[in-house]
Write a protein that binds this ligand. Structure first.
Ligand code: IMP
Ligand code: MG
Length: 180
C-alpha cells in the first residue's frame, strides 16, 4: 500500500499493527529469558527510541534503561563503516545482563563496534535485540539473538528510522518510492 507523507510517496512495508504485534512477542520472549536476572536494556540512539519505548513496556520485569549514541559518517543512505560514539553509558554495566536494543542491522559494522566496545566493560552477558535485519548487505557477521523482522535490501524509514533525520515519528515502516 502506498501512502503520501509530507509530499513524499511511501510504500508501507510493515504496518503499525504488524510492528506492535511483533514487539509484544519479543517483549514476552525477553520476559521469559531474563526472569530473575539483572537486566539492562541498552538503547542505541537515535533510531531505537520508539522500538525501545514499546518493547520495554512488554517486558514484565524490573529493568534499567541505558543509552548510547552512535553515528556512522557517510552518505545519508549508506553506512560508511566509520562509527563514532556521540554519547556513552551513564553507569557501568559490569556484572549486568545487557541487551542491546537496535533499530536495524544492515552491514553489521555498527553492531560489531558496539559488541567490541561493550565486551571491554565486562557485563555478565551481552545479547542483541534488533527490530530489523537486512542480511543482503552484511559485511560482518554479528550474532543476533532477537530479530523482529528480516527485510529485503530497501532503505526504510519510520518507527525510529530516519532519512536525513526525518520520518522517525511514523508509526509504520515504509520505503520511500520516489527516492533511488
Ligand atoms: P550498519 O552499521 O550498516 O549495520 O548500519 C547501522 C545504522 O545505519 C543503523 O543503526 C541505522 O541508523 C542506519 N541504517 C541502516 N539501514 C537503514 C535504513 O534502511 N533506513 C534508515 N537507517 C538505516
Ligand atoms: Mg540512523
Amino acid at each position: 500500500m502506498d501512502v503520501n507523507i509530507h509530499g513524499k510517496s511511501m510504500e508501507v512495508l510493515l504496518s503499525e499493527e504488524v510492528i506492535q504485534a511483533r514487539v509484544a512477542e519479543l517483549g514476552e520472549q525477553l520476559t521469559r529469558d531474563y526472569e530473575g536476572k539483572d537486566l539492562v536494556l541498552l538503547v542505541v540512539l537515535k533510531g531505537s527510541i520508539l522500538f525501545a519505548a514499546d518493547l520495554s513496556r512488554h517486558i514484565q520485569l524490573p529493568l534499567a534503561l541505558e543509552f548510547m549514541g552512535l553515528s556512522s559518517y557517510g552518505e545519508s543512505t549508506e553506512s560508511s563503516g566509520i562509527v563514532r560514539m556521540t554519547l556513552d553509558l551513564s553507569k557501568p554495566v559490569v556484572g549486568k545482563n545487557v541487551v542491546i536494543v537496535e533499530d536495524i542491522v544492515d552491514t553489521g559494522l555498527t553492531m560489531q563496534y558496539l559488541l567490541d566496545n561493550l565486551a571491554t566493560r565486562h557485563p555478565a552477558s551481552l545479547k542483541v535485540c534488533t527490530l530489523l535485519h537486512k542480511p543482503s548487505r552484511c559485511r560482518v557477521e554479528v550474532p543476533l539473538d532477537y530479530v523482529g523482522f528480516t527485510i529485503e535490501d530497501h532503505f526504510v524509514v519510520g518507527y525510529g528510522l530516519d532519512y536525513e533525520q526525518k520520518y522517525r515519528n511514523l508509526g509504520f515502516i515504509g520505503r520511500m518510492t520516489d527516492e533511488a
